[in-house]
Write a protein that binds this ligand. Sequence first.
Ligand SMILES: [Zn+2]
Ligand SMILES: [Zn+2]
Length: 216
Amino acid sequence: MITRRALLASAGAVCVAGIARPALAENGPVVLVPLGGIPALEVSIVQRALSVFYAVQLVAEAPRALPKAAYYPARGRYRAERLLSALETSAQASQFRVLGLANVDISTTKGSIADWGILGLATLDGRVGVLSSFRCRRAAKNPEHIAHRLGKTAVHELGHTFGLEHCPNAGCLMEDGQGSVLTTDREFDLCESCRSKLGARGLLVSPRALPPWPKP
Ligand SMILES: [Zn+2]
Ligand SMILES: [Zn+2]
């Protein structure tokens, strides 16, 4: 959510502007990889949220253990860039995107802060992303609130892998969280600018569907 890395700028998507086509036929599936003990319910919440926005085939894999190499014992967290590396290493050529889903605290380096807790991290226009429900639970009103935040975070991180950068439009799901899950609480939908970029790549669900969370 908060931090992204502009690396691995791979030509992951075929750009066919103006032509309505199913992305899934050409591009292979977007694979959700449950990491560690994330509940199946949270995986299905992510799957549902993504299906409202992205015209891709979504496949959930069997859960995997969190890679030990990503653990940062000094803070009891998992380093998100190491999770991305592990996901990239295990990805198959036929997989369009790979999104790791965790429920532990994840972190990365942000500016002068060596270990900064984050909601998620993704490669910009790259193949892999990772997110965690851990910070979605902070001061949440109820389970639905957590689910809404988790779904919004997933749309945000997968959006990065589809080339969307942080968006200056307040309330857009691609807004920069600036370190707080509270940003998600004021978000509802992707803005028209972000939608048009996805649409140009044939990645947007049409006709438009209502997000599975209430308007703020
Ligand atoms: Zn972001
Ligand atoms: Zn936007």
